[in-house]
Write a protein that binds this ligand. Sequence first.
Ligand code: TYC
Length: 107
Amino acid sequence: MSDQIPNEERESGLAVQEARPKLRRPPLFKVMLLNDDYTPMEFVVQVLETFFAMTREKATQIMLHVHTRGVGVCGVYTRDIAETKVIQVNDFSRSHQHPLMCTMEEA
Ligand code: TYC
């Protein structure tokens, strides 16, 4: 049997155009850390290492950026991953009685 001609075309004599659905990349979201006056710098560095897989050097750099500029990007993810990071960081901060806030916005 020919493997060049699709079954439906060979049996019916009609050529069938394969569907080529348009693919779209999912929207991406920036996960951001906000500065506050109370959360210890060491705790913020620990959060960035733990939840965003940063080295101590990178985590320190981002923490100092947030400390001086007020806000900074920790990473860019699809919606579900970003939502999970925000919940994990905020739950972790609250469980340690720190006011540190993590938010997300479309990139
Ligand atoms: N501003 C805090 C302090 O002086 C440190 C800090 C940095 C807090 C980054 C939050 O997202 C933050 N202890």
